[in-house]
Ligand binder design. Structure first.
Ligand code: ZN
Length: 205
């Protein structure tokens, strides 16, 4: 399935907001990555060099179908066709500098290989706010999230995004990361797992 646009939701789990020293507020944080960032399962995950720390952010990812503008929250989940897990890779040191200057985040979020993406699993209407997932690096548990902890549930994300962008077939949403983000280094093996969705791994180079 071709990915059209990648929307990413920031600051969507209280535990992650706290670990980065941000304060929770009502704001909806969204940014985009070009589809050229995608790294499918089985491809080496080439990390940027000489740009400071590269952090893993494990996230539930949804694929949209039959898009549209101004989608009501109540109808939003009928636009979800598939699920998977992905990594919103982040150049954290650079992000902190960009935040300090009030500059956009493309340099720290939208670089080549910044969107490892698992294999799609068809969505059959199970509760998207009742999914558990983990991120392990070299077998060590780094992140253990549950989607009930999202501040903006998936249906509300679709509703809000559709008020700014008419959504389209092939649009993808990275739905935010729970606590436990941390660095990846060349040689690391990073794996994402969810009983309901699957198990996906990448070797970092
Ligand atoms: Zn993220």
């Amino acid at each position: 399935m071709d990915v059209k646009r990648i929307f990413c939701i920031g600051r969507n789990y209280a535990g992650h907001i706290k670990e980065l020293g941000n304060t929770p507020d009502e704001a909806f944080v969204v940014f985009m990555k070009p589809p050229s960032c995608v790294v499918p399962v089985g491809m080496p995950l080439t990390l940027p060099r000489d740009k400071g720390s590269v952090h893993h952010e494990a996230e539930l990812v949804v694929l949209l179908t039959g898009g549209g503008a101004d989608i009501a929250e109540e109808a939003a989940l009928s636009h979800v066709s598939h699920l998977t897990l992905g990594l919103d890779l982040t150049l954290r040191d650079l992000q902190n500098r960009l935040k300090g200057k009030g500059n956009p985040w493309e340099l720290c979020k939208a670089f080549d290989h910044a969107a490892p993406l698992g294999e799609w699993k068809p969505y059959h209407g199970h509760n998207l706010q009742d999914l558990e997932f983990t991120c392990q690096v070299n077998g060590e548990l780094r992140q253990h999230g549950h989607t009930r902890d999202m501040l903006f549930p998936v249906a509300r994300q679709i509703h809000i995004l559709s008020r700014t962008w008419a959504l389209r077939d092939g649009d993808v949403i990275y739905t935010g990361t729970p606590a436990g983000v941390g660095p990846l280094l060349p040689g690391d093996r990073v794996s994402l797992q969810s009983a309901e969705i699957g198990h996906f791994e990448w070797n970092c180079v």
